[in-house]
Design a protein around this ligand. Structure first.
Ligand SMILES: Cc1cc2nc3c(=O)[nH]c(=O)nc-3n(C[C@H](O)[C@H](O)[C@H](O)COP(=O)(O)O)c2cc1C
Length: 282
């Protein structure tokens, strides 16, 4: 059930495949006689230097993959000198993760919540990542078949009154929970409101694509997004990044860095902190 949760996409999983296949279709034309004896892959994201343009994407409930959950992921991010975006649906609370290591942490939100933003500020998170592409959870059919159970959401404890019955026959309990707990009304005026309540920088996640099926591959819309923002804000890409060459291609199309989702979880499930570090290093 947990493997299906981590590995699966929505409906026919068309977008999941497209995100990777679009990378395969891009080829690299090498330049020759360029001195590559010294290479510096470090870059600045919102004023923070990271060792390579590769960051940890927000993904939920890391304890389902490994008993130390996000604590191990955050230690690996710190060791690799990169940024981790902690999901609001993390297994450990934002305070537990922040106090466990010295990683540079961003906090991802879906619904606007003053309390969670204040906590992110108090515990030293450096930016808010607002996920804007999931007004409804995609129809993840494996989760529906498995009756995927919602793990306890430490950041939301005491904030939600909704309880989904574990013995319900509604299909994916995760889907029922998310769809009942969060209003699909998030819009641009909420971004303005979020700006008014925090001095932290805000990154909007999911622009021009979404996790639902039949949306374009993220790499295929990157150039258009980069063109539209005219260098005023950093553009980060995620979706389908599986190799260093994918990172290279994303940078060539104007991204400042990439976020990696599933490979991080697979590394975590295989070998905990060391597994995540290996994924980030390779
Ligand atoms: C199991 C799973 C859980 C996720 N949870 C979140 C989440 O809590 N918040 C969020 O903004 N994105 C979430 N995502 C989306 C990821 O941040 C990322 O956009 C996605 O995994 C695409 O990148 P990938 O192809 O490298 O996995 C999740 C993705 C997966 C696979």
């Amino acid at each position: 059930m947990y493997y299906d949760y981590y590995a699966g996409g929505a409906e026919d999983q068309h977008t999941l495949r497209q995100n990777m296949q679009a990378f395969y279709r891009i080829t690299i034309q090498p330049r020759i006689l360029v001195d590559v004896s010294k290479i510096d892959m470090s870059t600045m994201i919102l004023g923070y230097r990271i060792s390579a343009p590769i960051m940890v994407a927000p993904t939920g409930a890391h304890k389902l993959a490994y008993h130390e959950g996000e604590l191990a992921t955050a230690r690996a991010a710190a060791a690799a000198k990169t940024i981790m975006v902690l999901s609001y649906t993390s297994s450990y609370s934002m305070q537990e993760v922040a106090s466990s290591c010295n990683a540079i942490l961003f906090f991802q939100l879906r619904d606007i919540s003053t309390l969670l933003v204040q906590r992110a500020e108090r515990f030293g998170y450096k930016a808010i990542v607002l996920t804007a592409d999931t007004p409804r959870l995609g129809r993840r059919e494996a989760d529906i078949k498995n009756k995927m159970i919602t793990p306890p959401l430490k950041n939301l404890e005491g904030l939600l009154s909704i309880k989904v019955e574990v013995d319900s026959d509604k299909g994916s309990l995760l889907e029922s929970f998310v769809n009942e707990a969060f209003a699909p009304s998030l819009c641009w005026k909420d971004v303005a409101w979020l700006k008014s309540i925090t001095s932290l920088p805000i990154l909007v996640k999911g622009i021009l694509t979404h996790e639902d099926d039949f949306s374009p591959a993220t790499i295929s819309v990157l150039e258009e997004v980069v063109h539209a923002v005219k260098g005023k804000v950093p553009v980060l890409l995620d979706g389908g990044v599986r190799r260093g060459t994918d990172v290279f291609k994303a940078l060539a199309f104007g991204a400042q860095a990439v976020l990696v989702g599933r490979p991080i979880i697979y590394g975590l499930a295989a070998k905990g902190e060391e597994g995540v570090r290996k994924v980030l290093e390779c």
